[in-house]
Design a binder for this molecule. Structure first.
Ligand code: GLC
Length: 717
C-alpha cells in the first residue's frame, strides 16, 4: 500500500487556479522547451501563459524515462503543493516491442495472448515513465473505410468485450505491481460508426443500437476495473460526446457507477465550438465540466474560464472539486505521492525492449492472429524448395501498423528475413516488382524472372502503415497503387503461389481471392511479423485465426456484418430475384464472414445436443457438440456459439455470438465442447428499453464461423 496523502486536505489548500490547472493536460514539448520562444507559439495558440504549464496536472506523449524524470523533477521544484504529474501515452499494441495491430489480435480469439501483449507493453511503458496508457480502444467497427478499424478488435460486442477485459487486466494487473499501469478505455462512445467511414464524421444511431452493439465493450472494460475513460470526437444523439451529459453523467456515472477519471480526446473539449454546441470558452468549459469531463487534453478552456464560471455562479466549485479529487485519487492509487518517478529507468527499459521473452510473446500472438483465407494445396510450404518472394512488402519493415510510435521499422523482422531465418538464404530470391502506392511497372520484369525460376512464389502485398490509423480513411479499399495488376501478372505464370497480405483493414480483394491459390491475411503483424509469417507458411505454427471483422465483397456493400437483422423481405438464396432485400450486381454475403478462417486440417462438428429444450427461470441448458480433427495435422479450432431470439418486441439479429472455445486437437482426436445457456444470456434492450429476456423460442447454433453452423431450438418459458 502506498503512503497515503490526505487528498481532501490537499484540495482544501488549493486555489481555484490550482484546481483548474490539475484538469489541464499538455503534450510533452511544453515542459521540455529550453527557450521561451520555443513554446510561445503553441502556448499562445492555447491561450495560456507559461505558469499554467507548471500548474497542469498531467502530460501526454512521454518519450522515455529520462524525459519523464527531468520533467517531473522540474515540475515538483516549481510546485507549491508538490502534486506529481501523471504521465500518459498511447501504448496501443506494444511500446517498443510492437505486437500485431488490435484488429489482428481480435482475429486470434486468444484472450491470454491479448492479456500477455498488454502485460509486456505495460512493463516497457512503466520503465519508460508511463503511468496511464490510452488503451484499449474498444470501438465496435463495421466500416473498413475508417482508418482506425486497425485499432479495434472487430464487429462483435461479445468478442470486443472479452478482449476489453483481457487488455485491461494485462495493463493494470491489480494496480499494485511495479509495472502495472492504468488503462484508459476509448473512445466513449460509438466513434467507430462515423458515417461513410470518414474520420471524425457524424455518428447518429438509435439509443437501442448504441446500447446493444456499441456500449457493451466499454462497460466490459470498466467492469474489469479500467481506471479511465476517454471521450470520443463524435456526436451521440446530436451532442458531442465530450459535452454530453446523457452519455457521461446519466449512463457512464449514474447507470454504470463509474467514478474514475474521464479525459477528453485531443482538443475535443475545444471542438464543442466547431460542433456548434458552445458559443465561447465559458460555454465550452461549462458544458464539459457539467458532463463530468475531468481532464481537458490540449485545449485550455478550463484554465481560461472555470474561475469566471464559479465567480459568476454559473458553475458550482463542487463540480471542479469532484474532478480534481478523481485525479488526485488516481495519482494516489498509482503511488505517485510516495514516489513520483515510480520505476522509470532508462537502462532497465532498454534491457526490456525487444528482449527474447517479449519478442517471443509478439511472435506467438502474431502467428495466432493470421487468418488463412484460402489454400488450394499450396500450404504449408516445403523448406527445400526454391522460393521467390515478390511484391512491395517482400522485405519491408513497415509492418508495425499505426499507433506504434515507439516501435522502429528497422527492428522489425521482414517477411524475407523471417523466411531466410527459417530455411536459409540459399533458395531465396526477392524482387519488389512495384511499390505499395506507385504506378511504375518497370519492376515487374525482374519479379517475373525470379518467379519463373522458382518452385514457389510468395506474393507480399498490402498497405503502408500510414494508410491506417487516425485521419486515414480510404474511400476505395482495394490494394493501393498497381499491386493488383502486379499480382495478376505474377499469378498468370501459374506457379504455386501464396499471397500474403500486410494491411490494417479488410480490403476489397474479391478478384485476387479467385486468382490466388492460397491467401494469408497477416495484417500488420508487428516486430516479429516476418518470423510469424514464416512459422505459418512452413507449418511450424498452424493457422488458427478467425476473422473478427467481415471482408466486404466490394466497398459498395459496406456496412456488412454478421449480426444484422432479417428485414421483411430476406433473400431466400443468392440467386433469388425479384422483390427481396438484395443488390442487382453483387451478393448480399460478404466475401469472407465473421468467424471465418482455415486451418491445415479439417474439423467435423457432430452430435450437437441440448440438455433440455425448455429453459425455466434460474435454470441452465447445456449445449454440447463433438469436435473431431479429421485431417492429418494438429489444429486449433475456435468453436463459436451463437443464439437467435426468434421473436422479440423489437427485431432481433440473425445470430449473436454468446460464447467461443479454442480447442487444439491431434489428428483423429475428438473432444466434446459444452456451452451453458442462461436467461441472462438472452437479455436485450427491448421496445421499452428495459434490459430483459422475453419468453419465446430461440435457436442455439454452434459452428466454425458465422455461416457454417448446426442449429437446435429451445424455448424460454
Ligand atoms: C488522438 C486519438 C486518441 C489518442 C489521443 C492522444 O487524437 O484520437 O486515440 O489517445 O489523441 O494521442
Amino acid at each position: 500500500m502506498h503512503r497515503q496523502v490526505d487528498i481532501q486536505k490537499l484540495l482544501r489548500a488549493m486555489t481555484i487556479e490550482e484546481k483548474a490547472g490539475q484538469l489541464l493536460q499538455l503534450a510533452t514539448f511544453f515542459y521540455l522547451s529550453e527557450t521561451e520562444g520555443e513554446i510561445t507559439g503553441p502556448l499562445s495558440d492555447l491561450g495560456i501563459a507559461e505558469d499554467e504549464v507548471w500548474r497542469s496536472g498531467s502530460v501526454l506523449g512521454i518519450n522515455n524515462a529520462e524525459e519523464m524524470i527531468a520533467i517531473q523533477k522540474k515540475y515538483l521544484e516549481n510546485s507549491k503543493h508538490k502534486i506529481p504529474l501523471l504521465f500518459m501515452a498511447d501504448i496501443v499494441h506494444g511500446y517498443r516491442t510492437i505486437f500485431p495491430i488490435p484488429l489482428a489480435i481480435g482475429c486470434s480469439w486468444n484472450l491470454e495472448g491479448a492479456k500477455k501483449s498488454a502485460q509486456v507493453a505495460a512493463k516497457e511503458a512503466a520503465l519508460s515513465g508511463v503511468h496511464v496508457t490510452f488503451s484499449p480502444m474498444v470501438d465496435l467497427v463495421r466500416d473498413p473505410r475508417w482508418g482506425r478499424v486497425m485499432e479495434a478488435t472487430g464487429e462483435d460486442p461479445y468478442l470486443n468485450s472479452a478482449f476489453a477485459k483481457a487488455f485491461v487486466e494485462g495493463y493494470q494487473g491489480d494496480m499494485t505491481g511495479e509495472y502495472d499501469i492504468a488503462a484508459c478505455v476509448k473512445h466513449f462512445a460509438g466513434y467507430g460508426a462515423a458515417e461513410a467511414g470518414r474520420e471524425y464524421n457524424t455518428v447518429d444511431m438509435s439509443d437501442r443500437t448504441l446500447r446493444e452493439y456499441y456500449l457493451p465493450a466499454y462497460k466490459a472494460a470498466l467492469d474489469a476495473g479500467c481506471r479511465m475513460v476517454m471521450t470520443s470526437f463524435n456526436t451521440v444523439h446530436g451532442v458531442p460526446a465530450t459535452g454530453n451529459k446523457y452519455l457521461m453523467r446519466e449512463i457512464l456515472r449514474d447507470e454504470w457507477g463509474f467514478d474514475g477519471v474521464v479525459i477528453s480526446d485531443w482538443g475535443a473539449v475545444g471542438e464543442l465550438l466547431q460542433h456548434g454546441v458552445a458559443k465561447d470558452s465559458k460555454d465550452v468549459a461549462q458544458k464539459a465540466i457539467e458532463a463530468s469531463v475531468d481532464i481537458e487534453m490540449m485545449t485550455s478552456h478550463y484554465v481560461q474560464s472555470l474561475k469566471k464560471l464559479v465567480e459568476d455562479g454559473t458553475v458550482s466549485e463542487t463540480l471542479i472539486d469532484e474532478s480534481v479529487l478523481r485525479i488526485l485519487k488516481l495519482k494516489q492509487e498509482l503511488g505517485l505521492f510516495e514516489n513520483p518517478y515510480k520505476v522509470a529507468n532508462l537502462q532497465k527499459a532498454q534491457e526490456a525492449f525487444l528482449c527474447e521473452e517479449h519478442r517471443e510473446a509478439a511472435r506467438e500472438i502474431a502467428t495466432k492472429s493470421m487468418v488463412l483465407l484460402k489454400n488450394e494445396g499450396i500450404l504449408p510450404l516445403d523448406k527445400n524448395k526454391k522460393i521467390a518472394i515478390v511484391g512491395p512488402l517482400a522485405d519491408s519493415g513497415d509492418i508495425l501498423g499505426a499507433w506504434a510510435w515507439q516501435g522502429k521499422p528497422e527492428e522489425a523482422i521482414t517477411l524475407k528475413q523471417g523466411i531466410e531465418c527459417k530455411v536459409g538464404a540459399q533458395n531465396i530470391s526477392v524482387a519488389m516488382g512495384c511499390t505499395i502506392d506507385g504506378i511504375e511497372t518497370e519492376g515487374f520484369k525482374e519479379a517475373i524472372k525470379i518467379a519463373q525460376e522458382a518452385d514457389v512464389v510468395i506474393l507480399a502485398l498490402g498497405e503502408k502503415s500510414s494508410m491506417c490509423g487516425e485521419a486515414a480513411s480510404r474511400a476505395f479499399i482495394k490494394l493501393p497503387g498497381i499491386q493488383e495488376e502486379f499480382a495478376k501478372t505474377i499469378l498468370a505464370l501459374e506457379k504455386p503461389t501464396v499471397t500474403v497480405l500486410l494491411n490494417g483493414r479488410p480490403l476489397e480483394i474479391t478478384e485476387l481471392s479467385t486468382l490466388t491459390p492460397a491467401l494469408l491475411e497477416a495484417w500488420f503483424p508487428g516486430t516479429e511479423g516476418g518470423n510469424a509469417i514464416a512459422d505459418i507458411l512452413f507449418g511450424d505454427s498452424i493457422p488458427s485465426g478467425r476473422l473478427s471483422m467481415s471482408f466486404p465483397y466490394t466497398v459498395g456493400q459496406i456496412p456488412v456484418y454478421y449480426n444484422c437483422y432479417n428485414t421483411g423481405r430476406p433473400q431466400p438464396n443468392e440467386d433469388a430475384e425479384g422483390y427481396f432485400s438484395r443488390y442487382l450486381d453483387i451478393p448480399n454475403a460478404p466475401l469472407y464472414p465473421f468467424g471465418y478462417g482455415l486451418s491445415y486440417t479439417e474439423f467435423n462438428y457432430d452430435n450437437f445436443t441440448l440438455s433440455q429444450e425448455v429453459l425455466h427461470e434460474g435454470e441452465t441448458i447445456k449445449a454440447s457438440v463433438c469436435i473431431k480433427n479429421v485431417g492429418n495435422r494438429v489444429g486449433t479450432e475456435t468453436v463459436q456459439f451463437y443464439i437467435k431470439d426468434e421473436v422479440g418486441s423489437t427485431v432481433r439479429p440473425l445470430k449473436e455470438l454468446k460464447g467461443f472455445r479454442q480447442v487444439t486437437l491431434q489428428p483423429q482426436e475428438e473432444k466434446t465442447v459444452t456451452f451453458e445457456i442462461t436467461e441472462e444470456m438472452l437479455k436485450y434492450h427491448n421496445i421499452k428499453s428495459d434490459y430483459v429476456a422475453e419468453k419465446g423460442s430461440f435457436i442455439a447454433m454452434v459452428g466454425k464461423n458465422a455461416v457454417e453452423v448446426l442449429s437446435l431450438n429451445f424455448e424460454l418459458a
